[in-house]
Write a protein that binds this ligand. Structure first.
Ligand SMILES: *Cc1c(COP(=O)(O)O)cnc(C)c1O
Length: 385
């Protein structure tokens, strides 16, 4: 099969294929069962074994995983969910899907992740959940605040869309949150083409989640086929992971050690290439414990640097424009000066597994030129006036 070119500078991110995905999908297509099947269940079991957790519930997307996890934690109208503004809009849309309100908080500018103090400060009588985002793959440890929250009946639901495979302490992410949500979207660390997963706290959660993602119908496929009726036992949506997508994940999962090492090596190459670069701050991670998802730097004059990079044919991006400034989330807008400053400075460099160290040198030298050019223009301005 043909794979995308080794490095296409016009891609900020890219799915990485190990080569047998097409064959695996072909087997499912020929077999003719495309819904939630034994293939999906095998993917759930193998992912759970990989993560070292007792159970895993696959969903159609990371957004669906977040929606199901919030519903399983009992989140609904009148409730507030504490969440960073610095995340993908999907995190916030999942809260709105439950009829709940996002309570936006700041992140630490060095990690782009939330801090326990900011969480505790934002608590109100309506708070029912906290939704840390594991930005770029970095684990978020709320420490003693986690116990304080649980004592008050507040769930910690992790948005680990970036963090499949990363470690939280000595265990993989998925072992330490109350509920952890992964995405297997096109450019995530592990891809199913599209897909997601919730790691439940216990067997009760797992059953609730399985109902939620399957239209509230809890009987197995075999049970349904052997009966003239089926029971709809609760609220639920068409959120299951198709066997077609699960088959892709089943190829990617056994290769994850390669994914992990490749992404970590790429990160180290970026870190080395940017070491000491003037005017460029890498949002660094503990790369030995993280499977990096994004390479984010902070620069002054970001708009201009962005345009210069695009003009040199390098696909930079911005993860993310702050959500509290988005029109749809205006009812929940608050003053978040730190996030707004971060939002003006961040730039995501191309980061995917088709890249080599040469590509990293190419990108970083273009970035240094772009930043220096911008600085020269800025310095020249007073004389121009
Ligand atoms: C990708 C992503 C999601 C949503 O996952 P999908 O699979 O695209 O629905 C949620 N949160 C964050 C931080 C993401 O990056």
């Amino acid at each position: 099969m043909t794979t995308p070119s080794r490095f296409d500078a016009a891609r900020n991110a890219s799915p990485y294929l190990y080569g047998t995905e097409l064959e695996a999908v072909g087997r499912v297509l020929t077999d003719g069962q495309y819904g939630h099947t034994a293939v999906t269940e095998q993917f759930e079991q193998e992912a759970a074994r990989f993560l070292g957790v007792p159970d895993a519930v696959a969903t159609a997307s990371g957004t669906a995983a977040l929606h199901c996890a919030l519903l399983a934690a009992g989140i609904g109208p009148g409730h507030e969910v504490i969440v960073p503004s610095m995340t993908f809009c999907a995190t916030i849309q999942a809260i709105l899907a439950c009829g709940a309100a996002p309570r936006f908080i700041e992140v630490n500018p060095d990690t782009l992740c939330i801090e326990p103090a900011a969480v505790l400060e934002a608590l109100t009588p309506a708070t029912r959940a906290v939704l840390p985002v594991l930005f770029g793959g970095r684990a978020v440890d709320l420490g003693a605040a986690h116990d304080t929250l649980n004592e008050r009946g507040i769930a910690v639901i992790e948005d680990a869309a970036h963090a499949f495979g990363s470690y939280s302490g000595s265990v993989r992410v998925g072992n330490t949150g109350d509920l952890t949500c992964f995405s297997f979207g096109p450019v995530k660390n592990l891809t199913c083409g599209q897909g997601g997963m919730v790691i439940p706290r216990n067997a009760e959660d797992a059953a609730t989640l399985r109902g939620l993602r399957m239209l509230g119908v809890v009987a197995s496929q075999a049970q349904r086929q052997a009966s003239t009726t089926y029971r709809v036992e609760g609220f639920g949506l068409r959120y299951q992971l198709s066997s077609i997508n699960a088959a892709i994940g089943l190829v990617q999962l056994p290769k994850f050690k390669t994914t992990e090492v490749t992404r970590q090596e790429l990160w180290r190459a970026y870190r080395a290439a940017l070491h000491g670069a003037k005017g460029i701050t890498l949002v660094d991670v503990d790369v030995d414990r993280t499977v990096p998802h994004l390479c984010v730097v902070r620069v002054e004059g970001r708009e201009e640097v962005f345009q210069r990079m695009i003009a040199s044919g390098i696909a930079v991006g911005v993860h993310y424009p702050p959500n509290h400034l988005q029109p749809v989330f205006a009812p929940w807008r608050r003053d978040l000066p730190v996030t707004e400053q971060i939002g003006r400075e961040i730039l995501s460099l191309p980061f995917h597994q088709y890249m080599t160290e040469d590509d990293v040198r190419h990108v970083t030298s273009a970035l240094k030129d772009a930043v220096e050019g911008t600085a020269a223009v800025t310095r020249a301005l007073p004389a121009d006036r």
